[in-house]
Each structure stands twice: as structure tokens, then as C-alpha cells.
Design a protein around this ligand. Sequence first.
Ligand SMILES: [Zn+2]
Length: 126
Amino acid sequence: LSMLKTGVLLLERMESCNVENACYSAGLCAERTAISKAVSEGHKSFKAIAIASDLEDRFISPCGACRQFMREFGSQWDVYMSKSDGSYKLMTVEELLPSSFGPDDLRVSNNTFIITVINNKQQTNG
Ligand SMILES: [Zn+2]
């Protein structure tokens, strides 16, 4: 569908691909597919993920949803982003998603506020 060939290598050569869907938003990028596959096999701690594509002019980079998905498993692990010639750029999840919201933030629930939106529409009886 997107015509962009991508691939992801996640710790110990766990390979994956995009799982696309006619309804684009229902599809999954290769990064999330690889991580989901790893989690389903009992892995929750990652050292690095390598993302490859057929892009020649720039390094492939994870989309925002994948960055947030990666963040769930920590912010200090490595993301290798490559070009088709094999060159790569290395960044951490933290560098890709600074000031992120992660699982640790859920543990401070006593300090969070719930915002309630009240519908001001007047109700009529009858
Ligand atoms: Zn993505």
C-alpha cells in the first residue's frame, strides 16, 4: 500500500515487516510488529532496534506512534536508522522522543488531575 519497503531487526535478529491494512490506521509498522512479536515471546527488555528501508537519500526514522511504543520499554535503548547503502544513524529512544510520557508516569497517579468536560447544554424535560 505505502510502497515503502521497510524492515526491522530487534535484538537477536528478530525480523519483521509492516503489516498493512486497506484502512491505513489499522496497519502496524515493522517496528511495532517486531516489538509485539518479541513481547509475545516473553521479551520486555531491549538493547537495540535496527530499522532498514530502501530509502537512498535519508535515514529511515520511526514514526511517532512507534517512538511512543518503543518508549513503553524504556528510553535509553538504541535505535539504528539506516539507508539502503548500509550507512546508519544511531539515536536513543530518549533522543527520538524527548520529555516523553511512559510507564513511570502512571505510578504518580496521586499527583495527577482528571479533567472533566461538562456539557453546558441545557436539558429539556419532556
Ligand atoms: Zn511506525
